[in-house]
Ligand binder design. Structure first.
Ligand code: 4AD
Ligand code: MG
Length: 431
């Protein structure tokens, strides 16, 4: 008897196989049980007739609960009506460990109920599909940078100071008398790494003590951040375009089954090809006004503004040159117009909003020091960062892309909370 994974079931037509998994669902009609078995790689209907397995086994299968772990053996049969094209004619059946009163039933549950049981909810077909798309996005990102000779250089999680503003820092007691902060972004270390290695990226968890309860915010999320020595703003806009287009193409190529489970309209994703439209902040502000939104030049785009902008285009849009005053301290002012920064946000279409933020870094020592002071940041904590401008400063640029926002967009989800196995939010630290 061959052990098989459901995802490979088409290789075994007409052959006997053993599937190890869990009972997902079941229905019976007198002398036949239809058992939906899942094994982590897929779902398969196992058809058990009383005649084939005998009274004793048939009766035992009658009483098992949802999520009972089971070992099923049988012959693989092609069936055009079956979701995956195959069914299993059961000849043997074994219960490994029972499951009674499984809390998540096929009926509708509220999202808080499900989030409290996230460790079980991830067994659901939709949730599995989302996590597989996430896996594909992460691998596509790694392949994109690795195939372009970027070096993966990890940046620390415990950091001595803020990178993205002081209001969203998570402090951590670091031994007796030091406060560390969970990193908001690997960027500053990435810049040092780029001065050492040229083209680098970091990819890890980042933390923001955001008190916002929007559908786009988590307190712990994963960000990939490339940083490139000698690159300017246009260079990284092009890099961002290439990255997004390649991630979308890869998911379309390899995750059709999952996108189907999620009932995603893939024609919208097929349109995502470089080049993306580029608009300046000024143009975007005008566009919002034309749409009747109460937007004033100088402010940051709020959720509804981002939604409106990203619904306006059929593919991601790169918005560049925001007012320096609303951006981080490390942004280089545009020499042609210093009140705006050489920065870019990429907004995903269909109302998903910002998925990428980045730009060209301030490479001038004096101006950077001035900015650190203006932002009320502790200079001692940034001496190492200032060193990058003391010892052979060069123009350089980079960006960060939030994985959860990308997955939410590609999967067509309402909220980012389903895009990570265990979401961390303002009111959620469990399970
Ligand atoms: O725009 P952000 O804050 O940029 C930075 O952190 C830069 N230091 C990155 C860089 O240039 N290396 O964040 C970058 C991206 C956002 O576009 C968004 O996709 C994601 O990170 N992001 C979040 N995702 C989920 N929840 C949050 N609270 C997020 N904050 C940012
Ligand atoms: Mg941003």
């Amino acid at each position: 008897m061959t052990d098989a994974y459901i995802q490979d079931i088409d290789r075994y037509e007409g052959q006997p196989v053993t599937i190890r998994g869990w009972l997902h669902n079941r229905r019976s009609s007198g002398k036949i049980h239809f058992l939906i078995v899942r094994d982590g790689t897929g779902f398969l209907q196992a058809v058990m007739s009383k005649k084939a397995v005998g009274d004793e086994v048939f009766t035992r299968a009658d009483h098992i609960g949802q999520e009972t772990s089971i070992i099923v053996t049988g012959t693989v049969r092609a069936d055009a009506r079956a979701p995956g094209g195959f069914e299993l004619d059961v000849s043997g059946f074994e219960v490994v460990s029972p499951s009674a009163d499984y809390p998540i039933t096929p009926k509708e549950h509220g999202v808080d109920f499900l989030l409290d049981r996230r460790h079980l909810w991830i067994r659901a077909e939709r949730q599995q599909a989302i996590l597989r798309v996430r896996h594909e996005v992460i691998n596509a990102v790694r392949d994109f940078f690795n195939s372009r000779d970027f070096i993966l250089a990890d940046t620390p999680i415990f950091t001595p100071a803020a990178c993205e503003g002081t209001t969203t820092l998570f402090p951590v007691q670091y031994f007796e008398d030091t406060t560390a902060y969970l990193t908001q972004s690997g960027q500053l270390y990435n810049e040092a790494n780029a001065m050492a290695l040229g083209r680098v990226y970091c990819f890890g968890p980042t933390f923001r003590a955001e008190k916002s309860k929007t559908r786009r915010h988590l307190t712990e999320f994963w960000m990939v951040e490339p940083e490139v020595a000698w690159a300017n703003l246009d260079d990284v806009i092009e890099l961002a375009e290439g990255l997004v287009a390649s991630v979308v193409a890869r998911v379309l190529d390899r995750r059709q089954r999952e996108l189907k489970v999620l009932e995603r309209n893939t024609s919208k994703l097929e349109a995502v090809k470089a080049p993306f439209p580029r608009v300046s902040y000024d143009e975007a502000a005008q566009l919002l006004k034309d749409k009747g939104l109460p937007f004033e030049w100088g402010g940051d785009f709020g959720g509804p503004d981002e939604t409106a902008l990203s619904e306006h285009f059929d593919r991601p849009v790169a918005v560049h040159r925001y007012p320096s005053a609303i951006k981080a301290f490390y942004m280089k002012p545009d020499p042609a117009r210093p009140e705006v920064a050489l920065c870019v946000d990429v907004l995903a279409p269909e109302g998903y909003g910002e998925i990428i933020g980045g730009g060209q870094r301030l490479d001038d020592y004096d101006l950077l020091l001035q900015r650190i002071k203006e932002h009320g940041l502790p200079q001692e904590a940034f001496e190492w960062y200032l060193d990058l401008r003391r010892y052979g400063s060069v123009p350089h640029s980079g960006f960060g892309m939030g994985i959860e926002r990308v997955v939410a967009w590609l999967c067509g989800l309402e909220h980012v909370r389903e895009t990570i196995p265990y979401p961390r939010m303002l009111y959620r630290l469990y399970p």
